[in-house]
Structures are given as C-alpha cells and as structure tokens.
Design a protein around this ligand. Structure first.
Ligand SMILES: [Zn+2]
Length: 152
C-alpha cells in the first residue's frame, strides 16, 4: 500500500492547512485505485470544515481547532466531480494545528476501511510533516508510504 501524489498535491494540502490555521482544514482525495493496494491521487478537493456548525451530531466540546467535519453533501459533490473524470474518492485529508501528523483516537474511530487518511501538521501556521494512514484488519491505523511523482 502506497499513495502516489505529485508535489503540486502535496503543496495544495499544505497551503490549505496553513490558510485554515488555527482551525483544522479538511478535504477529499480524488484518484484511482492501482493494482495491489496502491492508490494514485489525481486531484485535491478542499472542503469547508463545518465542525462548528449547529447541526453537528458528533459535537463533543472540542472546537474546529481539534476536529473537522465533512458534510455528506460535500462528499456527494466530490464524488460526482470524481466520477465525471473516471475517478473515485480514495481518501480524506485534514490538518493538525500545533499537533503532530499522527491520527487521534477520534480520527481512528470515524475512519472507514480502505481509504487513505492524510494528515498534515501545521505549527504556528507553517506546514510540517505530511503522513498517510490506512486501517488494518484490526481497525488500527497503519502508516501508508507516500511517494511523489513528477507533476503534469
Ligand atoms: Zn485528526
């Protein structure tokens, strides 16, 4: 299991994380499944973090500085956009403001199998480490290697 992406994808996720700081940013990863368990990222699809909005059923007292929520409507829109190009949703990304790029228990509890979960650490507004995670058969996150391809 490897997630292939270009330097432009990497930069787009970092930029979104910096722009959203000190809140978490979030978005969809559109791409295609490759043979084996590899995936190729083709497009970064930013989504507004609606964690702080009133109808959030998951609200647990944490602010959008520690949580993100992608509404179902945004997932549908991203999926339609992906399908129109022969792509699919291969994962999700979000930022960890002033925290390491390691998944929280909350991240793990709400993750779905197969998808890649990319996390970028943003410290004082500047992006740091970028990591990716996939659930294993025990529903524990395992680090997924990221490999950069040339842009274009
Ligand atoms: Zn997280």
């Amino acid at each position: 299991m490897t997630l292939y992406l270009t330097p432009a994808h990497d930069q787009a996720i970092r930029d979104h994380g910096s722009q959203s700081y000190p809140d978490e940013c979030c978005g969809l990863l559109l791409g295609k499944a490759l043979p084996g368990e590899d995936k190729q990222l083709m497009e970064v699809w930013p989504v507004a973090n609606v964690w702080a909005e009133a109808e959030n059923d998951l609200a647990d007292g944490e602010s959008a500085r520690r949580r993100y929520l992608i509404p179902p409507q945004a997932i549908l829109e991203g999926e339609q956009h992906a399908r129109a190009q022969g792509l699919e949703i291969v994962g999700y990304y979000h930022s960890h403001p002033d925290h390491p790029a390691r998944p929280s228990g909350f991240d793990q509890d709400f993750a779905w199998p197969w998808y890649s979960y990319l996390i970028v650490s943003v410290v004082k507004g500047a992006s740091q480490e970028l990591t990716s995670w996939v659930l294993d058969d025990e529903r524990e996150f395992r680090a997924e290697p990221l490999r950069e391809l040339p842009s274009g």
